[in-house]
Design a binder for this molecule. Structure first.
Ligand code: PLP
Length: 388
């Protein structure tokens, strides 16, 4: 049987051929260590890293010196949260975050809580939206950091990060934004967002796995972090370890392509998504989980309201590679904490599916897949007497 159509781009994306092309030489001929300053093998590679650092910086509007390369977004989130908690301990011990954050943020906050930090987890409304009033009320003189994601990875819902950044600045609190889902798909600019720290990873936008970055503001204010991985002093002493040069070169190329292609791609994919949601709504009983206006163009989280959804996933995954939410929550089989925080019942969560579209989703393959999914879901809803 043919593979199902891949509609899980929010979990990860394939490496773009042009990215792979750029990476190849750095596995073989250009194998030097970027820190080897005594010979040409090191110099050439160090030059390539610098070019990539500029390309990635251009994607988020920072200066190259403000980027710390890491192994991915999870590590970047850890460095941001733990690095701030350690460095600003004398200033305060309170961090504010949100219930719909990625596990990389929530579980790191829990770990910090066990070490004595105070953590406030803000709720969202039923559309997954963030409440600025609640945030204002949660701030205390002890607050050192607000950690809030840009786009949610399960629903695509966008948070008012520019407003959060502005408030944080006014209060003299640092703002850390997990922008892993939005970078490369919609414009992200650290000045517009007023972010002091920003995490993202290459594999969410057609770069390789195992490489990510943390933006660390150098001016107004200059953010001080305590490094969590110590050793040779790489990355301005914030992240020791020999640089992943092929990964970094691929990251740079992926960033460059995103800058060039993001807008057209966003328009194309949001029109495919609109088509999908329109067909779902016309043919089936469907609700969209999350704000429909403030959303990434690539994600649609739909609830199909089945009383007995046990056969739904099994049937759908034969047609399309989709998931019930994040890849992490499907690994642990627990109901999505994001949809739970939005107030969905367990039955509604089990009837919900995340569809995420990407560069290889074209109208030709998408149309027939969509028809098959609708046909299958219609049968299930008919059995339960559910009408569109
Ligand atoms: C994917 C993702 C992460 C984790 O990224 P890794 O590359 O797995 O470390 C963190 N936050 C968000 C919002 C994500 O989508």
């Amino acid at each position: 049987m043919a593979d199902p159509l891949y509609l899980d781009y929010a979990a990860t994306t394939p490496v773009d051929e042009r990215v792979l092309e750029a990476m190849w030489p750095y596995f073989t001929e250009e194998f030097g260590n970027a820190s080897s300053s005594t010979h040409v093998f090191g110099w050439r590679v160090s030059e390539a890293v610098q070019v990539a650092r500029e390309q990635v910086s251009a994607l988020i509007g920072c200066i190259p010196e403000e980027l710390i390369f890491t192994s991915g977004a999870t590590e970047s989130c850890n460095l941001a949260l733990r690095g701030v908690a350690d460095s600003y301990a004398s200033k305060g011990n309170h961090i504010i975050t949100c219930a719909t954050e990625h596990r990389a943020v929530l579980d790191t906050c829990s770990a910090l809580e066990k070490k004595g930090m105070q953590i406030t987890v803000l709720h969202t409304d039923q559309h997954g939206r963030f409440d600025m009033k609640q945030l204002k009320e949660a701030i205390t003189p002890q607050t050192i950091l607000i950690a809030c994601m840009h786009a949610n990875n399960e629903t695509g819902v966008l948070h008012p990060v520019a407003e959060i950044g502005k408030l944080a600045k006014e209060k003299g609190i640092l703002f850390f934004c997990d922008a892993t889902q939005s970078v490369g798909k919609i414009p992200v600019n650290v000045e517009t967002l007023q972010a002091d720290l920003l995490a993202f990873a290459a594999h969410k936008f057609y770069g390789p796995k195992g490489i990510g970055a943390l933006y660390v503001r150098r001016k107004n204010p200059r953010v001080q972090l305590i490094s969590q991985i110590t050793g040779g002093g790489h990355e301005r002493n914030l992240r020791s370890g020999t640089l992943n040069v092929p990964g970094i070169v691929g990251f740079g190329k992926a960033a460059m392509l995103a800058v060039d292609e993001m807008q057209k791609e966003a328009e194309r994919l949001s029109s495919l998504r609109l088509r999908m949601e329109t067909i779902f709504r016309n043919e089936l009983k469907t609700t969209i989980n999350g704000s429909e206006t403030d959303r990434l163009p690539t994600i649609s989280n739909c609830c199909f309201h089945l009383q007995n959804p046990s056969r739904m996933m099994g049937g759908l995954v034969q047609i399309a590679a989709i998931s019930s939410g994040s890849a992490c929550s499907s690994a642990s089989q627990t109901p999505s904490h994001v949809l739970t925080a939005m107030g969905l019942s367990e039955a509604e969560i089990k009837s919900s599916v995340r569809f995420s579209l990407g560069r290889k989703t074209d109208a030709d393959s998408f149309g027939p897949t969509l028809n098959k999914m609708v046909h299958f879901l219609k049968e299930l809803q008919k059995e339960e007497g559910i009408k569109p």
